[in-house]
Design a protein. Structure first.
Length: 415
């Protein structure tokens, strides 16, 4: 394969050899070698870089250039377009159903990956047995005695889970390309937390939620305090951007490389989150776009991981191996659809009747000083439906927190 950097270096080497052959015998060669990765760049941009660093940019893909363009770079933009279409043409109950259908199948992929692969089951057996029992027990208690507190806790875990999935994909991009330094993962994780946290504080949809909750809990906050908090959040983003750029420069100076595809993926992900959070006040519409990106990318990743594990023999045969290979993708999708149907049948009554009258949302009155209107029935329905989905997803968050570690050698074999 033609390598322009290597070709440029070979041309430079032949030129220097010819120059030395023309030099009088005994004369020393004092010419500095040309840096093949920075040739032609202004001196100011390459000052301090090593003479022969590795290529400044190295590309690596989770799947392939074409597949990544569809599932990891292009999907967020398609999800935004679909969410805006749902907002214009569908009522909120239909949107809730679409959210359910997108979310549920990606939980099924987690169960196949964790309970269906022998190595994962044997390694994490205690966690996979004790964890679900504890989670379902706490969820049942929360639905009866503290539904709003449960919603807040589950929502917090959902946001953390979303951050960690995108961070995990970022790590895979660096792993596949051999880019970054050992500390890059920490800088990346901080970048995700700061960008996501800024969106949570700033976007009107989320801002109204946390202001409502603080007001209901009688936490004294003023409009001036909120305004100062929002300004401080943007300052943190700006300062960390400088810190992160300094880390990238240090990476290159240390001989490391940067994977531009990773940053394209991060930019696409945050475009979806920021755009939808700022352009709609519906938590369900935000969730549709988010779940399309989050759920589809996760299912693609799980299936690719299992397919590669089967091809390399990295894991023993089991339920998972019956769903991968030539002509078997349809069975993976059919079982995912059947799983979604089973879950839909479980809650085929209206979501606000699922609690048999025991569980209900406390009314949220208007907050005049923040120009926040009272929460109507439709808004309460959206919050309640999201709580049901979030509560069911707790087990998915829990299992994913320990079965996906890029530093894990067994995981690396499947990547």
């Amino acid at each position: 394969m033609y390598d322009p950097f290597r070709a440029r270096e070979e041309i430079g080497t032949r030129s220097r050899r010819r120059h030395r052959s023309m030099r009088p015998q005994g004369e020393q060669d004092t010419s500095a070698p040309t840096n093949p990765t920075t040739a032609g760049l202004p001196a100011l941009l390459v000052a301090g870089l090593p003479a022969y660093p590795s290529a400044m940019f190295k590309t690596g893909y989770i799947l392939s250039p074409k597949a990544d363009s569809i599932w990891f770079l292009g999907l967020p933009f398609a999800a935004v377009a679909l969410a805006l279409g749902f907002q214009a043409w569908l009522p909120y109950v239909a949107v809730a159903s679409i959210n359910l259908w997108v979310t549920t199948p990606h939980h099924y992929a987690t169960w196949v990956r964790s309970y269906g692969m022998p190595e994962v089951w044997e390694r994490f057996r205690t966690r996979l047995v004790v964890g679900p029992v504890a989670i379902f027990s706490l969820t049942a208690a929360g639905l009866i005695w503290a539904p709003i507190t449960l919603l807040l806790l589950v929502s917090a875990w959902d946001h953390q889970h979303s951050i960690m999935q995108q961070h995990g994909f970022s790590r895979v991009y660096d792993f596949k390309a051999g880019t970054g330094l050992a500390v890059t993962r920490r800088y990346d994780l901080a970048l995700h937390w700061i960008l996501y946290g800024n969106m949570f504080l700033q976007a009107p949809m989320f801002r109204f939620l946390w202001i409502r909750e603080l007001h209901r809990m009688h936490v004294p906050i003023s409009a001036g305090f909120v305004e100062g908090l929002l300004i401080a959040s943007w300052v943190v983003v700006a300062v960390y951007a400088v810190v992160y750029l300094a880390h990238l420069r240090r990476t290159v100076r240390s001989g490391g490389s940067i994977n531009p595809v990773k940053y394209g993926f991060i930019a696409a992900s945050y475009f979806l989150w920021y755009y939808v959070a700022w352009h709609t006040n519906s938590i369900l519409l935000y969730a549709v776009a988010h779940r399309l990106m989050h759920g589809v990318q996760y299912m693609v990743m799980v299936y690719a991981f299992m397919r590669r594990s089967a091809a390399t023999g990295a894991s023993r045969p089991g339920l998972w191996s019956r769903l991968v290979g030539s002509g078997r993708l349809r069975w993976f999708l059919i079982l995912g659809g059947a799983y979604a149907v089973a879950f839909q049948l479980l809650i085929n009554r209206p979501l606000d009747e699922f609690g048999f009258g025991v569980v209900n949302f406390a009314p949220y009155p208007a907050i005049p000083q923040f120009n926040i209107p009272a929460l109507d029935y439709a808004g309460g329905y959206e919050l309640w439906s999201q709580m049901m989905l979030y509560a069911y997803a707790l087990l998915h968050y829990y299992v994913d927190s320990f079965i996906w570690k890029v530093r894990d050698k067994q995981v690396q074999e499947g990547l």
